[in-house]
Design a protein around this ligand. Structure first.
Ligand SMILES: NC(=O)c1ccc[n+]([C@@H]2O[C@H](COP(=O)([O-])OP(=O)(O)OC[C@H]3O[C@@H](n4cnc5c(N)ncnc54)[C@H](O)[C@@H]3O)[C@@H](O)[C@H]2O)c1
Length: 275
């Protein structure tokens, strides 16, 4: 479905690790829609991921950057503008990592060093990305910046652990930074709150398959896939959403506003969920 929605636009896409990554799908769709972009990921992901393949497929240059390092980000924005031939129109922050989740630490017994690291990677990095971009005046007027979130920012999902708190912080940064970026530069900032999606980051959460199946049965439209999330992200980068800013946008098949679905009720009635 190529409509050249992003023709003439330039951007940076953070977070494509392998073909399951949401950022990977965004890169493929951005290319289809006529955008030029740079791909970036943490230096360590260059070794473990498959980003090279995506670079070849989309013709994008890859610039490693740890999103928690301001100097890496400065280098990334400077080089991206050089390579792409001008200021940027969109940025995707598709980054998440919790050391407490990785190490199986229970929410009530955090390791606080792990907490700080995960918070920096998953939430504060969004502030750093925008702070660097704004200081360097790297984004054109009416540019669009999107980060990916999850409903555990609003409602409790045991097992999502400190990522829930990180997502709350991330969404708050979108509102607060979005205010200043909007008033000073007419740049919009939003988060997209996506359904559970089978990716490396997603599958790291305890009970992920059950999460996924439950959300599928709860959502009137079913779970949104990574490719559908990419379509929505492209729309947010396009000129059709110029006045949408400081929002957390649910992209979850209706999960966020469904109290209970008939499918889930049926499972109780027929005894499929038992204690
Ligand atoms: N998968 C889900 O169920 C789901 C649901 C809602 C929101 N999200 C969010 O979507 C985003 C993308 O995750 P995904 O599901 O595509 O998984 P993914 O594992 O493919 O992507 C996460 C990315 O973060 C990158 N990253 C980690 N530390 C970094 C650092 N210091 N600097 C730069 N990059 C770093 C990883 O290398 C990886 O590419 C995350 O914010 C995630 O929380 C995922």
């Amino acid at each position: 479905m190529a409509n050249n929605l992003l023709e003439g636009k330039r951007g940076i896409i953070f977070g494509a690790l392998d073909e399951n990554s949401i950022a990977w799908k965004v890169a493929e769709k951005a290319m289809e829609q006529g955008a030029k972009f740079v791909l970036t990921n943490a230096p360590i992901a260059m070794r473990f991921g498959e980003i090279d393949k995506l670079g070849e497929k989309t013709g994008a240059t890859i610039i490693p950057a740890d999103a928690t390092s301001v100097s890496d980000l400065e280098n990334l924005f400077e080089k991206s503008m050089e390579i792409l031939g001008g200021k940027l129109d969109f940025v995707l922050h598709s980054i998440g990592m919790s050391v407490n989740v990785r190490k199986g630490k229970h929410y009530t017994e955090y390791d606080y060093n792990h907490l700080t690291k995960g918070w920096d990677v998953s939430a504060v990095s969004f502030h750093k990305v925008m702070s660097v971009a704004k200081k360097m005046d790297a984004v054109n007027e009416w540019g669009s910046i999107v980060a990916l979130s999850y409903i555990a920012a609003q409602r409790t999902f045991p097992g999502y652990n400190d990522m829930a708190d990180n997502k709350s912080y991330l969404e708050s940064i979108a509102r607060s930074f979005g205010y200043y970026y909007g008033t000073d530069k007419n740049v919009r900032v939003n988060t997209i709150s996506q359904s559970p999606t089978p990716t490396t980051a997603g599958s790291g959460v305890k009970g992920f398959t059950e999460f996924l199946n439950f959300a599928e049965e709860m959502s009137p439209l079913g779970n949104a896939t990574a490719a559908e999330c990419a379509d929505y992200t492209i729309m947010m980068f396009s000129d059709f959403t110029k006045k949408v800013t400081m929002q957390n946008l649910f992209h979850d098949g209706g999960f966020a506003t469904t109290g209970i679905s008939e499918k889930v009720m049926k499972n109780f009635i027929e005894g499929r969920y038992t204690k």
